[in-house]
Design a protein around this ligand. Structure first.
Ligand code: GLU
Length: 324
């Protein structure tokens, strides 16, 4: 079976060096494996996404030297590759979850949830755990609440730990109280990232999801959706986020180092690729290289000798900053 990977940026801003690193890693994973690489525009959040930014992101990826076998500007068997054009698939998935009794209407507002002080801590990506207030409402209670406001739709997590094997982190377990019922469709009608990404990765035949470690805690939710929808889950690899010399995650200010700003300052894509590959430990020195030159050097898993964090040392920073 041909392996298929993807990069799936949200066009709510310009790509920064962290995005470039993830894109490069996902691309290298497939090019090394002789697989296919898909690009998908995750513009489901219409309030945050902009078509002009999606175009800029594609240009920046091309500038970097990353190509895709299917996606925007290219087409492919699983078009459209923009989530905004894929609503019927999300609707169908929601119907299926409803038939299986896995979703329920939730009338809680943000302030309702903030008041429930005893809620255990939830996943970092989606705030506090949902205390299940609307899970067991009677039909009558639902009717009363529905008269006051339209509900969101929540997916019911089974109350048991989720364990999976991550390509980078190894075996990962989320305790049963760490992952609570989560929103799959907001009250304003927008489908959630968790639902859309699961439906799309399955529909596009993605076998390998490689993304940043900040999305590790989304994975138990997505695995639960795969199971509830009767879909086969891909393998997951969450690569470490780039950190600075003090081990701190790149700050907002550092994130503003966009590919566009580097390009405008005269940095070449090969110079940037060299810096990123050196931070990851794939090469010893930040020698300018094209992405394709890295194919033999890429380490797809956290094997012996690989770095457990990817550090932009002061000297690598200087290379970037001297360009901006
Ligand atoms: N669209 C998501 C983001 O830009 C990435 C989704 C994923 O890789 O699962 O953060």
């Amino acid at each position: 079976m041909t392996r298929r990977g993807r990069f799936a940026p949200t066009p709510s801003g310009l790509l920064h060096i962290g995005n470039a690193f993830t894109a490069l890693s996902a691309w290298l994973q497939m090019r090394q494996a002789g697989g296919e690489f898909v690009l998908r525009v995750e513009d489901i959040d219409t309030a945050r996404s902009r078509a002009d930014l999606a175009e800029r992101q594609l240009e920046d990826l091309q500038w970097l030297g990353i190509d895709w076998d299917e996606g925007p500007r290219k087409g492919g068997a699983y078009a459209p590759y923009e989530q905004s054009g894929r609503m019927p698939l999300y609707e169908a998935a929601l119907d299926r979850l409803s038939q299986n009794g896995r979703i329920y209407p939730c009338y809680c507002s943000r302030s309702d949830l903030a008041r429930v002080a005893s809620a255990p801590h939830g996943l970092s990506s989606e705030g506090g755990a949902y205390p299940g207030l609307c899970r067991e409402l009677s039909e009558e209670e639902r009717r009363e609440k529905a008269a006051l406001k339209p509900p969101a739709t929540r997916f019911m997590m089974a109350q048991r730990p989720v364990t999976f094997s991550d390509g980078w982190a190894g075996e990962v377990t989320f305790a049963d109280d760490a992952v609570s019922d989560f929103v799959v469709k907001r009250a304003d009608g927008m489908y959630s990232y968790q639902l859309a990404v699961t439906v799309d990765d399955a529909a596009m035949g993605i076998t390998d999801v490689l993304r940043g470690a900040d999305l590790l805690d989304s994975t138990p939710r997505q695995l639960a959706l795969y199971e509830a929808l009767g879909l086969t889950a891909p393998s997951f690899t969450h690569v470490p986020l780039l950190v600075d010399a003090n081990g701190e995650r790149l700050s907002k200010r550092d994130h503003s180092i966009t590919l566009s700003s580097l390009r405008d300052s005269g940095m070449t894509p090969e110079q940037l690729v060299g810096v990123l590959a050196c931070a990851a430990g794939w090469i010893d020195r930040p020698t300018p290289l094209a992405p394709a030159d890295l194919i033999p050097h890429f380490r797809p898993i956290n094997e012996e000798g690989a770095r457990d964090r990817f550090t932009l040392t002061d000297s690598l920073w200087r290379l970037l900053l001297s360009a901006t």
